[in-house]
Design a protein around this ligand. Structure first.
Ligand code: APR
Ligand code: PHB
Length: 390
């Protein structure tokens, strides 16, 4: 087999890249280790910046988010037993974010790809990358007991944190990492969201909490928990009690409970691998960086990498210019580090750290107080929340 761009991984990064390249007449094949159903079974954050929504439209897959997304003009911070709305829309000159699940977005992209008859090889095992330092890269993989070879001009490593792409350049990358001393227990339930117009981020003595949504009938909630906790220790009843105990009395009263349809514990991590280009291999999305979910930047950063990468390939193939390719890594990393800073800051501000000394705790409380009472600080939060410019 032969293609112009071999894409490793059919998560949001790989699928969106494939769609944008196809729109510009660039041939691509995606190799994915898992089945399509497995990919759709992963539940992740679902807050889209406007630049991400615009990119979905550019890729011709904006209909789903237009029909099923919920626009949020504000967020709410809950601390000290009280609610503090932040008018994100007003403070950013009219910008908003849209709640739309990563599962739904991935399904839209998968359906568009299938409708266009583009090739995605699911359940491709032992994917290996070859000769990306030279001019004729190849990707080999196993499928149905046979070894296959895909010849290409470029390889896009969109295979997430545990993928083969970054592992293939292990000795050439510098990694920056921070691991947080707690996890998030997340619950998905078919109940109306407690706050349908604003995502709620809470910091209480019992720890962090988050009230989010997938639709007007499906809610997504999280509570901070010790990394040693197991999902089995958290019955639905215990989860709902804990969530309510971390909210202010008015919101707690409004929480509608119901059986969970998904429940999982995720660790929190900040991670960046530099650079993101190695000859004809390019890393994009979670393959190159991870943010803690506070602020929901992961999917949006994946989308901005893909925007830069698709532009670089389009410039190469259609305009015979190497400018985009040569500047890809630096352009991505500038935006990534700003989002890393924001996600780390919001995580630090909103969680209870098991090892915090009393001075640190008091400073956190003072910062929250300053944040909600200072227009400058609220604006800084808002402009990061809606997404920095591409
Ligand atoms: N070969 C082929 N495919 C692989 C391999 C491999 N060796 N390793 C991993 N993959 C696949 C995974 O099965 C997965 O479907 O690559 C895909 C990577 O998808 P994601 O992990 O979703 O990463 P990405 O597409 O970059 O999406 C980023 O995911 O974690 C969130 O917050 C993050 O929302 C952001 C998004
Ligand atoms: C989610 O809806 O899953 C979500 C929302 C906001 C976040 C993280 C996750 O910051």
């Amino acid at each position: 087999m032969k293609t112009q761009v071999a894409i490793i991984g059919a998560g949001p990064s790989g699928l969106l890249l494939g769609q944008l390249l196809h729109k510009s007449g660039i041939d691509n094949i995606i190799l994915e280790r898992q089945s399509g159903d497995y990919v759709l079974g992963r539940i992740r954050a679902g807050i889209l910046e406007q630049v991400t929504v615009d990119l979905l439209h550019e890729a011709g897959v904006g209909a789903g988010v237009d029909a099923g997304g919920t626009v949020h003009h504000s967020i709410e911070l809950v601390f000290g037993g009280a609610r503090h709305p932040i008018d994100v829309h007003g403070l950013t000159g009219g910008k908003v974010v849209t709640a739309y699940g990563q599962t739904e977005l991935t399904r839209d992209l998968m359906q568009a790809r299938a409708a266009q008859g583009l090739t995605t090889v699911y359940e491709a095992s032992d994917v290996a990358l070859h000769d990306f330092d030279g001019s004729r890269p190849r990707v080999t993989y196993q499928k149905d007991g046979q070894t296959h070879t895909l010849e290409c001009e470029f390889i896009a490593g969109c295979d997430g944190f545990h993928g083969v792409s970054r592992a293939s350049v292990k000795d050439k990358v510098t990694e920056y990492e921070k691991v947080y001393p707690f996890g998030w227990l997340g619950v998905l339930a078919d109940v109306p969201p407690v706050s349908p117009h604003a995502i709620v981020y809470g910091n209480s003595e019992r720890g962090f909490s988050l009230c989010s949504m997938r639709s007007l009938t499906r809610s997504r909630y999280y509570v901070q928990c010790p990394l040693t906790d197991k999902v089995e220790q958290w019955s639905d009843a215990r989860f709902w009690d804990e969530l309510r105990a971390r909210l202010d009395p008015e919101l707690a009263e409004r929480v509608v409970t119901g059986p969970s349809i998904e429940k999982s514990i995720a660790p929190l991590r900040s991670f960046v691998a530099e650079p993101m280009r190695f000859g004809r291999l390019f890393l994009a999305g979670d393959a190159a960086h991870i943010v803690p979910p506070t602020g929901a930047k992961g999917l949006n950063l994946a989308a901005s990498d893909v925007k830069y990468l698709s532009s670089a390939f389009i410039e190469h193939f259609n305009e015979r210019s190497a400018a985009g390719i040569d500047t890809y890594s630096a352009r991505c990393l500038r935006r990534i580090w700003r989002a890393e800073r924001f996600s780390w800051w919001l995580t630090t501000l909103m969680h209870r750290f098991p090892d915090a000394e009393s001075f640190g705790q008091k400073v956190q409380e003072a910062e929250l107080d300053y944040l909600v009472n200072s227009r400058a600080m609220s604006t800084a939060l808002s402009e990061n929340y809606v997404g920095l410019p591409l």
